[in-house]
Write a new protein. Sequence first.
Length: 193
Amino acid sequence: MAEPVPQHHSLRGLFQTLTERSFLERLGWPDWGIVGYVSDLLTESVQPDRLYPIQEETGRPLVELSEMLEEAAACARAQPPEREREVHRRIGDYTLVMTGLFPEGVTRLRTIVIGRPDALLDYVKVGKRAYRLAAETTEESTADPVARRTLVPLFRRLSSQFEVCVLGLGYVKQELAELRISQDPRLRRLLPN
């Protein structure tokens, strides 16, 4: 897997600015934990190998949501709880990005039933459930009090407010589509030359 995008990279600044605008200004939802999480998720998701971070033992990335759900079920039976939590979190992340940034792709899946098990899945329900399970697994298995105090409530909010996060990502997508770099000096200086 590629190295994470450096903390001071201009791409992080761009996604932080767009996420803040979308969630704070347009939605009027000042949840800084969600804003930070979503902007980091966007930054890391631009790397192709991070869009599908769940892998089989052979290293093959799981690209179908149905495959990811099978892996989560297998983790619940055989893996340590940290792996189960990570798989649930990644399923939540994947469904959030897909429904927020690529809703047309998710909608298109529903029209192609034959041969695509993902076509029958409700990405919003799966995402909400995945974040809820990530919170529960963290609460049950993590001895670290800081992780329990920060991650459990964050995952619970991502689950309960999933639709709001999808709407916020839709605004980010809209801003990216409408972005006029030359007309916004704040964003222009965040981009690499």
